[in-house]
Design a protein around this ligand. Structure first.
Ligand SMILES: Cc1ncc(COP(=O)(O)O)c(C=O)c1O
Length: 383
């Protein structure tokens, strides 16, 4: 595969040469734990034991590296396993990390309830406010700036280029959780980030049928260190999960176009709806991060959050009244989902600086017919 190839071509071909033995046009599922050695240490293609490496996983990793324009990608059993491995490889006890004031609840829980106990401290900073970030970077040594953009679930936008500059001037590295945008909409490494995190469970997999995670890093030495720790700690995906994810990746570009188009129409409808107090979607010109999003993203993605005028009980009620939007956690699949972050995906941040207002509803807008989706939301919000 040539690095000159366009994104859509890389998604279908990078790491996915037809099988040398049989010509199979998609990578086989190497459902195997160990590999015959030709004499002690005589490995075929470098494979010895599937925690260390598996050819199906290698295909996925080569494809993800190409899509994020990075030198190396590493696949994990989940997004959280990827985050944990990155943090425990790049940080040491005593290190300090700046984290965003809106983020996936599980990420906050990892910092606050797990890593804090191992000596990695964190502090919450609004990443869309670059002056606030610079002030915190000047106040004390910081090892890492961690951001999501757009954030989960409030869809805040951080300026990746500006954050990378600020982090690097202070001697810190910048990590971007790119789960909401996917590499089709945004490539953080090309904007100066040092590492990209994915829950491949979401848009990369795209069909709500597999849990997975990935890291793509700019420095090959960091990739090697992560690979060492992943093998040492074992949070790897199985071959079938790697294969399912890779199958999803092939259609990422067309799915993201459609998700974004549907989400924009949903956001526009909600912005006019009398029951809605505010729509949080970076594609709306009224969104404070709209201009930055326009500069660093190809389109604005499939997640739309909104706040109900009538408050929390109305938000919970709306979540239970849809016909096509399925009430459930997660996001990024072809089918539309609805959820109440405060009581579901973000219950773990209740009482923290990241607590999500109770009147917020989050939609993962799928790729169904958009008129059907709009009708469903209108009836769910009717008196
Ligand atoms: C932005 C973001 N990052 C990371 C994760 C964690 O990924 P996983 O559930 O695959 O462990 C999630 C899960 O919802 C997420 O939304």
């Amino acid at each position: 595969m040539s690095s000159q190839d366009a994104f859509e071509t890389l998604a279908i071909h990078a790491g996915q040469e037809p099988d040398a033995l049989t010509g199979a046009v998609v990578p086989p599922i190497y459902q195997v734990s160990t590999f015959k050695q030709d004499g002690v240490g005589g490995l075929r293609g470098g494979y010895e034991y599937a925690r260390t490496a598996n050819p199906t996983r290698t295909s996925l990793e080569q494809c993800l590296a190409a899509l994020e324009a990075g030198p190396a990608a590493l696949a994990f059993a989940s997004g959280m396993a990827a985050e944990d491995c990155l943090l425990r490889t790049a940080c040491s006890p005593g290190d300090h990390v700046l984290i965003p004031d809106d983020a996936y609840g599980g990420t906050y829980r990892l910092f606050a309830r797990v890593l804090a106990g191992w000596g990695i401290s964190h502090e919450v900073v609004p990443m869309s406010d670059i002056a606030a970030v610079r002030e915190r970077l000047a106040a004390r040594p910081v090892r890492m700036v961690w951001t999501e953009t757009p954030t989960n679930p409030l869809l805040n936008i951080a300026d990746i280029r500006a954050l990378a500059r600020a982090a690097h001037e202070a001697g810190a590295m910048l990590v971007v959780d790119n789960t909401f945008a996917s590499p089709y909409l945004q490539q953080p490494l090309t904007l100066g980030a040092d590492a990209v995190v994915h829950s491949t469970t979401k848009y990369l997999g795209g069909h709500s049928d597999v849990i997975g995670g990935a890291l793509v890093v700019a420095d090959p030495r960091l990739a090697e260190a992560i690979d060492f720790n992943r093998n040492a700690t074992g949070g790897v995906p199985g071959p079938f999960d790697a294969w399912l994810t890779l199958r999803g990746v092939k259609t990422l570009a067309v799915r993201m176009e459609r998700h974004s188009r549907n989400a924009m129409r949903v956001a526009q409808m909600l912005a006019e709806h009398p029951a809605v107090a505010e729509v949080l979607y970076p594609g709306l010109p009224t969104h404070p991060g709209h201009k930055t999003a326009q500069e660093q993203m190809r389109a604005f993605g499939g997640i739309v959050s909104f706040r109900l005028l009538a408050g929390e009980e109305a938000a919970v009620r709306a979540c239970g009244r849809t016909r096509l939007f399925t009430l459930g956690e997660s996001l990024g699949g072809v089918e539309s989902l609805i959820e109440h972050p405060g009581r579901m995906t973000h219950a773990s941040v209740a009482g923290s600086e990241l607590e999500v207002p109770g009147d917020v509803v989050r939609l993962s807008v799928g790729i169904e017919d958009c008129d059907d989706l709009l009708d469903d939301l209108r009836q769910a919000l009717a008196d």
